[in-house]
Design a protein around this ligand. Sequence first.
Ligand code: HEC
Ligand code: HEC
Ligand code: HEC
Ligand code: HEC
Ligand code: HEC
Ligand code: HEC
Length: 343
Amino acid sequence: MCSRFKIARPIAAAKLLVACALAVFALSFNGGASGQDQNKSEQKTIDPKAWGGNHAGQPIPDYVHGDECLFCHRNNIGLTWQKNAHGVAVRQREDAPELTKMLESQPALAGVAKQVEYFLGSRHRVRFLKKDGYGKFTMLNAQAALGADGQTAKLIDYEKLAWDKEKFANRCAGCHSTAVDPETKAFSAFGLDCYTCHGSVDLNHSNNTSLVLLSKKRRNDAKVITSLCAQCHLRGSSSRSTGLPYPNNFVAGDNLFQDLEVDWARADDEKLNAGERHIWRNARDVALYGNESITCLNCHAVHGNSSFKHRRVLRAPICAECHQGEGFKNVKRYEVHSASCEY
Ligand code: HEC
Ligand code: HEC
Ligand code: HEC
Ligand code: HEC
Ligand code: HEC
Ligand code: HEC
C-alpha cells in the first residue's frame, strides 16, 4: 500500500504520510465498527516471513568486534556509548562504580557481594552475575529495583540467596549478550556489541558507507530495521527452531519472523503498558500490515539516546498509545514490566 511509493521530495513524503495515516485510521475504525469477517477483509495483511533469509541453526559468523569499531568511531559513537542504555546493558563491576557502591551498601548481600563480577541493567532493575566458563553467566536470584537517582535501591527476592547456572543461557542471553551460539547457548561477547544492530560489517565501508547497515545511506528499509530492533524488543516471543525465548542466531539484515513466533494480538492488548505496546504496534504495522511509513527510527535516535524527534512525526494512530485528547500535552503515565525479564 503506502510502501510501494518511492519518495523523493519532503512535500510528497509529508502528503504520503498523511494519506497513510488516514488510511490506517479508516481501517482501524472500520475494523472496530464491523464484524470479524469485514475486519479481516479491510485490514490487509502480508506474510511477515516472505522476504529475505535467516541464519537459524548456522554457525555464528565472524564479525568485527566493538573495540575495533570504536577505535575508528571513538569521536562520534565512542563519546556517548558508555552512557547509552544499550552500551551499558551488561557491565563489568569496575565499569559501574555507582552500582558497585549500591551493592556494597546492602547488608543483605554482604555474603555474596564479593562474588559479583557483572551487572545487568541500568535504569530500573539490576541483576547480579558472575562468569561461569566460556560465554556463560551464573545469575543471583536477588534483584535491585533502582530509585530515580539510579544509585539507591530496594532489594527483591533476597531472603534466600542462590546462584542459578542455567537461567541466563536459557532465558536471557539472546537479548542481553551478543552472538549466542544456538548449540551451546554461549555468548561471544557480554552485553550488546555493535554487531547486534549493525550486523557483520564489511571494513571496506570506510570508503563506501552503503556497505554498512544503519549508515545514512541504509537507514530506510523499514522491514530490516523493524526486524533488527524487534529481535530483542518483542518480549514474550519464542524461536520456532529452539523454543527459547529469543531468536536463533539472528544476524541484523535477516528476516526475524522466519524463526521467531510472535503473538501480534499483543499490539491490541489493553493490559500491556504503553512502553511495550507501542513497540508491538509499530512492529505489527510494518511486518504484518506492510505499512512502512513509521519505524522505530522515526522516533528514536539510538546513539543520541533520545526520542525527542518523535515530536516531529505527523499524527498517526500510534500516537494515541501515549497521548490522549486533542494536543500532545497530556501524556499517559505507564510503568514497564515484563515477565520475560522478571521485573
Ligand atoms: C540485542 C538486543 C537489542 C537490540 C537489537 C535492540 N535493543 Fe533496544 N534495548 C535492549 C535492552 C536490553 C535495553 C535495556 C538496557 C538496560 O537498561 O539495561 C534496551 C533499551 C532500549 C531503549 C530505552 C533506552 C532508554 O534510554 O530509555 C530504546 C528506546 C531502545 N532500546 C530502542 C531500540 C531500537 C530503536 C533498536 C533498533 C535500532 C533496538 N533498541 C535494538 C536490547 C536491544
Ligand atoms: C526477547 C529479548 C529479551 C529476553 C529473552 C530477556 N530480556 Fe531483559 N530486556 C529486554 C529488553 C528489550 C529490555 C528493555 C526494555 C525497556 O526498557 O522497555 C530488557 C530489560 C531488562 C531489565 C531492565 C533493565 C533496566 O534497568 O531497565 C532487566 C533487569 C532484564 N531485562 C533482565 C532480564 C533477565 C533476568 C532475563 C532472563 C530471565 C531477560 N531480561 C530476558 C529484552 C529481553
Ligand atoms: C541498539 C542498536 C545499535 C547498536 C548496538 C549500535 N548501533 Fe550504531 N546505529 C544504530 C542506529 C539505529 C543508527 C542510526 C542513527 C541513530 O539512530 O542513532 C546507528 C548509526 C551508527 C553510525 C552512524 C552515525 C551517524 O552519524 O549517522 C555509526 C558510525 C555507528 N552507528 C556505529 C556504531 C558502533 C561503533 C557501535 C558499537 C559500539 C554501534 N553503532 C552499536 C543502532 C545501533
Ligand atoms: C578502520 C576504521 C574503521 C573501522 C574499524 C570501522 N569503521 Fe565504520 N566507518 C569508518 C569510516 C572512515 C567511515 C566513513 C566516514 C564516517 O562516516 O565516519 C565509516 C562509516 C561508518 C558508518 C556510516 C556512517 C554514515 O555517515 O552513514 C557506520 C554505521 C559505521 N561506520 C559503523 C561501523 C561499525 C559498526 C564498525 C565495527 C563493526 C565499524 N564501523 C568499524 C571507519 C571505520
Ligand atoms: C511514534 C513514535 C515512536 C515509535 C514509532 C516507536 N517509539 Fe519507542 N518510544 C517513543 C517515545 C516517545 C517513548 C517514550 C520516551 C520517554 O519516556 O522519554 C518511547 C519509549 C520506548 C522505550 C522505552 C520504554 C521504557 O520506558 O523503558 C523502548 C524500549 C522503545 N520505545 C522501543 C521502541 C522500538 C523497538 C520501536 C520500534 C519497533 C519503537 N520504540 C517505536 C516513541 C516511539
Ligand atoms: C511511547 C509513548 C509515546 C508515543 C507512542 C508518542 N509519544 Fe509523544 N510524548 C511522549 C512523552 C513521554 C512525551 C514527553 C517527553 C518527551 O518529549 O519525550 C511526549 C511529548 C510529545 C510532544 C511535546 C508535547 C509538549 O507539550 O511538550 C509532542 C508534540 C508529541 N509528543 C507528539 C507525538 C506524536 C505526533 C506522536 C505520534 C506520531 C507521539 N507523540 C507518540 C510519549 C509518546
